[in-house]
Design a protein around this ligand. Sequence first.
Ligand SMILES: [Zn+2]
Length: 293
Amino acid sequence: MKEILDNKIEQTERPDQIDRREFIIQVGEIGLTTLATYFSLLLKDAYAERTPEFLINFQKAYEDHIYRKEGNYLILRNGTRIQINDNIKKTPEQKLENADLEDQMLLPYYGGDYVQKNWQSLTPDYDPGRIRCQKFFSSIYGSSPSEVSSKLVTLTWPFKTAENKHLKITTVNNVDKQLKEVLSELQQLIAQKPHFRKYLENIAGSFNYRKIKNSNQLSPHSWGIAIDINATPYGDYWLWNSDKNSQYENQIPIEIVKIFEKYGFIWGENWMHYDTMHFEFRPELLPNYKKIK
Ligand SMILES: [Zn+2]
């Protein structure tokens, strides 16, 4: 714009050709036209490049790892290119086995005991968070047992009465710090409601580099982002139910769940393929979670 204005000034600064008032009007018009064109181009670009909401939540949740968006790819700071949408139409099983970011973020996570309350109206594949883009998680948390292990710390689980009171959790994304806050609030809850301790006593596992049962995909326990609070007798898992389509009675108190969700951990109850002992750090599905710096 400055160039155009400069040219115009050069052309019009001969006092014998144009009076000063007309000059100001002309320059003003050129300025306004140029500004209008500039902003209309900006708007056009913004429209063409409009970022879907799921990607905004995703980028916000993992901002420390994402360098930039390049067309249909997210470029991570470590150089990995993650495809946003592969445009392949998939069955629910295919999404589990070969998810892109769009598949991962397709279903909204509402939290609490949403699946219990809405069981009759939900489709069998309503599993927000159970679909995971493996390449992304392996890229940021580690792609081998030794790589993941190098980023783990050991935390003490304060509710366990047996000898082995430790669990391993990743330090990536401050997941260990997020979990420490969860533990602190859970301790406060137990102080008020001691009868809740039984749901937390027999922690069933945290880091474990393994595939999901009946699947070729890595379990989120492989990346040190998941913990199982109590498998028996208070946890319910869809594969343990002899009738896979029947509803179950959740046993985990919602007060415990709310504390995990507050710090970015989703709960496996929110899947039709339920797993009520399971909590997993997935801040992209809880955009208002409390982030510890
Ligand atoms: Zn689990």
